[in-house]
Design a protein around this ligand. Structure first.
Ligand SMILES: Cc1ncc(COP(=O)(O)O)c(C=O)c1O
Length: 355
């Protein structure tokens, strides 16, 4: 997903579909940053960070929250909290933690991964999780944690599946961590309050810098005790920030203004997907288009690299990967009126219009 990504250029406005991480802070968000009351957050003095932590904990139904630099740091802190050296976590093949976080848990925590294949919506099968839990035997790593992800590739995980996994975790004394980088997309799409989705979780990571549109930051939430330990692990990872209120102000702004509007991103993705399926040579499983992501298969190929062709139209996309898949992500900075430009770009690339 990352290795074949073109780079944005300075200058003209571009329609950047690589990810929802590319959003720029809006004027309202910049105003909130400028006006933020700040203090030294490593001393616990920053009122805006504290407000964001309390607000997010409340949103996710947990006792406490911690503002951290990124989703990767948030997940890593959670793993370091839940597991020690020689412990094992159970996660899904293709989940962000085992695939895209540079094996941080193994490198820095001596924590071993056990991967199971999730179902098509990203859920782990409870019976497979149960079977993967190691017996108490010195030959084996010690199973300590189950990591789940929601949304997964833009799909909303069925809450019933989550509850079954949670039951297995509880029955076997394992902790359950949710990588909820895009949890608010799942909440908006499913119509369930975020705290209902997070109720069975011991810890939750929520990214502010994806669909919620802030420039930096994620939130880790859990019990008071968990967050105290997380504060220490954040410090170890060099993630203690000083006058971080200027960044936390963006988070508060996003929680006020950018949650309900995620529905607009879902709508843009759905319209884009529908229009693209009308182009010969493009295949999209419409069932997979549930939130802000479109995964398309390019059956035919244009005569030149897709990214080059689209860049001339000020549209940024990756080239098809080995499975001929391209991911397109709708977000705050993609307008509904951009869809025509995107669709024209694909259809001219495939030689179906002049371009
Ligand atoms: C599901 C998921 N979890 C975690 C992360 C990591 O977030 P960050 O890029 O802030 O480290 C990402 C980033 O794209 C993600 O998609």
């Amino acid at each position: 997903m990352y290795s074949n990504m073109p780079k944005a250029r300075a200058g003209n406005r571009q329609i950047d579909l690589r990810s929802d991480t590319v959003t720029r802070p809006s004027p309202g968000m910049r105003k909130a940053m400028a006006e933020a009351d700040v203090g030294d957050d490593v001393y616990g003095d920053d009122p805006t960070v504290r407000a964001l932590e309390e607000r997010t904990a409340e949103l996710l139904g947990k006792e406490a929250g911690l503002f951290v630099t990124s989703g990767t740091q948030s997940n890593l802190i959670a793993l370091l909290n839940h597991c020690g050296r020689g412990d094992e976590y159970i996660g899904g093949v293709g989940y962000h933690i085992p695939k895209y976080e540079a094996a941080g848990a193994a490198v820095l925590g001596g924590i071993s991964p056990c991967h199971l294949h999730p179902n098509e919506n990203g859920a782990l099968e409870a019976s497979e999780v149960e079977a993967a839990i190691r017996p108490d035997d010195p030959h084996f790593a010690i199973s300590k944690l189950i990591c789940v992800e929601n949304t997964f590739n833009g799909r909303v995980v069925d809450q019933e599946d989550m509850l079954r996994v949670a039951q297995v975790a509880k029955a076997n004394g394992l902790a359950l961590h949710l990588d909820g980088a895009r949890l608010m997309n799942a909440a908006v799409k499913s119509g369930r309050p975020a705290k209902e989705l997070t109720e069975p979780m011991d810890s939750v990571s929520l990214c502010l810098s994806k669909g919620l549109g802030t420039p930096v930051g994620s939130m880790l939430c859990g019990s008071h005790q968990f967050i105290e330990q997380a504060r220490r692990n954040r410090k170890i990872l060099g993630g203690g920030m000083r006058q971080a209120g200027v960044l936390a102000a963006c988070g508060l702004y996003a929680l006020d203004h950018h949650i309900d509007r995620l529905e607009e991103d879902h709508e843009k993705a759905a319209v884009l997907a529908k229009r693209l399926t009308e182009i010969e040579g493009i295949e999209i499983d419409m069932k997979s288009v549930q939130t802000n992501m479109v995964w398309m298969k390019v059956v035919n190929k244009g005569s030149r690299p897709l990214s080059e062709h689209m860049m001339e139209r000020h549209v940024i996309v990756g080239d098809p990967d080995a499975t001929q898949t391209v991911r397109l992500v709708a977000h705050l900075d993609v307008e509904s009126s951009d869809i025509d430009v995107i669709v024209d770009g694909f259809s001219s690339w495939l030689g179906q219009t002049n371009g």
